[in-house]
Design a protein around this ligand. Structure first.
Ligand code: ATP
Ligand code: MG
Length: 772
């Protein structure tokens, strides 16, 4: 047997060795799904499958690169180079470039990022003179995006009275028109947005059977990681491409489906067996990533979800420490606690910064963490949020580069035609835009042909416009013989961008120049890597595509040692020895926006499962007593998810103040109203305790039948015998008297007058009340 297969257990081996036919691997976090995909590709190649015939779809391009490196170390780089690996968007953008002409697009089409798309939509709303408070451009963008991901084209939209009615009901009767105008403008600019990359691929495969056959024959083996988070559009592509050979292997975990809000469809995983003939289903049960405490705690969480496939996850790893829960006064203290905890563990365990991750539900939470890490001189990197490529100066350079490739790119042109200032004003731009509209061509073409037109623009300005166009055309000529780095360097010098920033002279200006230098370094690395890993020249068009589709994780070169900060959504598939999950509070996590229905709440719970299962050695949960939300300081309650973890895996910390720089309150920061013993007291245990060693077949059978370990604590609270006048005690608000009751069952609410906190309206289902 091949040596590399020794790194697989028996259950993992089976899907690796099954060469042909449809198969699905369903398994919990950390059980080696991604490893199976990697090894499977190596194995296919060792059995003589041509790497050109293998297509592997991953969640990030970084994941693809790592897989490729691993495979290269087994089969050799020259072979691994030819594998098709990447995200849906990056792979199908490549295919669309080959086939662009069939859809009426230039092969050098631009890929609009979210900002570009939203800016087009904003302009349309303005041009149509619609009320921008009703037609909020971000909402409109999301709506259009969801249409596209459900393959509802403009034509389909106008044939569907229900959709039109729904938009009219939400006070946006003209949404369809905006959609239409948006699609037209993008087309005219030779641009596709992110969703188009999937939508147009579907169109291509549907409308052109010969193209479909070509790619079916090409991609004889298809593999998909994180299958639970594919949306309808992606599903259809995979379906179409794999239809002929049916050599399709998908891996996923329904418990980690966290993108429903963006159209991911969990039924893709549930229905896989119906879509293909004789599907082989594999399950992996051993987790290699985390300690027993983490695995068991995560199991106890996900058991609370009703909609799920029954799964067993166990580990042979050590027990490890219990999950540490800590309660802080506010986010400032939360940050200080996390920073000092990282500091200590790094020292104690001789770890690197990169071994630590701080995960949060919303990007806004990063600020307090950043402040604290900075004060402690702990290097960190934030993923998500405003990424490098979204900074103004970087977008300016990129806009020039985009324009070189695609002069029709209107968003790019508008951005730089008068930056650095060239004396081309808004009136001129308006006249050009009107002419472009009348002639049905781009602004760039209007300028090129201005002699044949009466533009009503003075001669001086016309010369400036000509100079601009000529500059871009000269760049385009150079681009034919130079790589991306050489062209970009030329652009930064010759456009006057850098000089402009130098003139500025402020620290911000200098920081911007440094960023541009950083960009050039990045492009140089890209060119090198492209030559090394993909055997291409590292052209400008390759680079721009890489940038347009890079997720934030992709920029992580991993060459410096930093603590990672990111949202839980971004952390999917990753692993870190130490993980801090911060902001474990009601309304924040679970998010207030996602508690309307059971399915939303279950998605939040899956998100928590994802967060917890990123940890290898130790997980920490923190919550605060009060937090600024929408500009107001509000009381915070601990997240129900903390309670849902079986108590035996938790360690509630006795509050200490050793992470404070100066004591905030002299004595006990938690005041007297809290009975601390309650934080530590054991909740009733239920069910069979999860196994601490590999379970026997008998135990496994039992485990598989295991019912969710009780909603008992919930029920207990829910059936509290309360009436008007009952005296109660609340974990945080202290003693109070019930003044009013309303609602029934799960929605039962009580108005309680607390001695300290005044009147509070509490949902009994969640309120931590005790009758006294
Ligand atoms: P997730 O659901 O989070 O994506 P996953 O199922 O894809 O997780 P992997 O990332 O493939 O799991 O594996 C988790 C960790 O366990 C990795 O560090 C991997 O190298 C390790 N691992 C997987 N299988 C084995 C094995 N048979 N022997 C040793 N280590 C393994
Ligand atoms: Mg994985």
């Amino acid at each position: 047997m091949e040596a590399y297969l020794a790194g697989l257990n028996e259950a993992q081996m089976a899907p690796v060795l099954q060469k042909d036919g449809p198969m699905i691997v369903i398994a919990g976090a950390g059980s080696g799904k991604t490893r199976v995909l990697t090894m499977r590709i190596a194995y296919l190649m060792s059995k003589g499958v041509d790497p050109f015939n293998i297509l592997s779809l991953t969640f990030t391009n970084k994941a693809a690169r790592e897989m490729k490196k691993r495979i290269a170390s087994i089969v050799g780089n020259s072979e691994a180079k030819n594998l098709w690996m990447g995200t849906f968007h990056s792979i199908f953008a490549k295919i669309l470039r080959f086939e662009a002409d069939k859809l009426g697009y230039p092969s050098n089409f631009t890929i609009y990022d979210t900002q570009d798309s939203q800016s087009v939509i904003r302009a349309i709303i303005k041009d149509m003179r619609l009320d921008k408070d009703v037609y909020k451009y971000k909402q409109v963008y999301n709506r259009i995006s969801s249409y596209k991901n459900s393959l509802i084209t403009v034509k389909a939209y106008f044939q569907n009275p229900e959709l039109m009615e729904a938009d009219a009901m939400s006070k946006k009767p003209r949404l369809g028109e905006i959609y239409k105008a948006y699609v037209e403008r993008c087309f005219k600019a030779g641009a596709m947005d992110f969703d188009d990359l999937l939508l147009k691929t579907n169109e291509l495969l549907n409308r052109f059977p010969d193209v479909l056959h070509k790619y079916q024959n090409r991609f004889r083996y298809i593999l998909v990681d994180e299958y639970q988070d594919t949306n309808h559009s992606q599903y259809l592509i995979v379906r179409a491409l794999s239809d002929k050979f049916q050599n399709i292997c998908v891996v996923g975990d329904d418990a980690q489906s966290i993108y429903a809000f963006r159209g991911a469809n969990i039924s893709n995983i549930l229905n896989f067996q119906k879509d293909y003939d004789e599907v082989k289903m594999y399950r992996l049960e051993q987790n290699y990533r985390s300690t027993k405490n983490i695995v068991n705690a995560a199991n106890s969480i996900i058991d609370k979800n009703k909609t799920k496939l029954e799964k067993v996850v166990w580990t042979a790893n050590d027990d490890g420490g219990k999950i540490i829960v800590n309660r802080l006064l506010n986010d400032g203290e939360e940050g200080r606690y996390v920073a000092s905890s990282i500091f200590e563990h790094r020292m104690q365990n001789q770890m690197n910064n990169g071994d630590f991750a701080i995960l949060y539900r919303t990007n806004a939470q990063s600020r307090a963490m950043e402040d604290a890490l900075r004060k402690r001189d702990i290097p960190y990197r934030i993923y998500g949020g405003l990424s490098f490529y979204q900074r103004k100066e970087i977008k300016d350079v990129l806009a020039y580069l985009r324009l070189i490739l695609n002069p029709k790119d209107e968003e790019a042109l508008k951005r730089v035609i008068n930056y650095p200032a060239r004396g081309i004003g808004q009136t001129t731009m308006d006249r050009l835009a009107i002419a472009a509209n009348q002639q049905g061509v781009s602004i760039f073409e209007i300028i090129q042909n201005h002699q044949q037109l009466n533009l009503n623009i003075n001669k001086g300005t016309l010369t400036k416009l000509e100079n601009f166009v000529n500059m871009i055309r000269n760049f385009a000529i150079s681009n034919e013989t130079h790589n991306a780095f050489e062209v970009a360097e030329m652009v930064t010098k010759k456009t006057g961008l850098v000089q402009e920033l130098k003139k500025d002279g402020t620290p911000e200006g200098i920081a911007r120049i440094e960023n541009i230098e950083e960009l050039l370094n990045g492009i140089r690395d890209f060119v090198e890597e492209q030559k090394e890993l993909a055997d291409t020249t590292g052209s400008l068009s390759e680079f721009l595509e890489d940038v347009a589709l890079a997720t934030d994780l992709d920029k992580d070169t991993g060459d410096d040692d930093r603590v990672a900060l990111m949202t839980i959504h971004l952390a999917k598939g990753l692993e870190f020895p130490f993980v801090y999950i911060v902001g474990m509070e009601e309304d924040l996590f679970p998010s207030a926006m996602s508690m309307n229905t059971r399915s939303e709440l279950e998605e939040e719970r899956r998100l928590f499962y994802v967060a917890l299962t990123r940890a290898e050695k130790q997980a920490f949960l923190t919550y605060t007593l009060s937090r600024y939300r929408w500009g107001k300081l509000v009381d915070a309650e601990p997240s129900r998810f903390i309670e849902e973890i079986d108590e035996e895996y938790l360690q509630n910390m006795v509050p200490t103040d050793n992470y404070k720089y100066k004591p905030l309150i002299n004595t006990d920061i938690f005041g007297d109203d809290v009975d601390r013993s309650k934080l530590r007291q054991n909740k009733p245990r239920s069910g069979t305790p999860p196994p601490s060693h590999k379970p026997s077949p008998e135990q496994l059978r039992k485990l598989r039948k295991l019912k969710p370990p009780s909603a008992e604590p919930e029920k207990a609270r829910n059936t509290l015998d309360l009436s008007k006048g009952t005296e109660v005690e609340h974990l945080r608000f202290g003693r109070g008297v019930v003044v009013k009751l309303e609602g029934v069952g799960m929605d039962k609410k009580a108005e309680i007058d607390f001695d300290e906190g005044g009147i509070k309206n509490l949902l009994l289902r969640f309120a931590k009340l005790k009758v006294i």
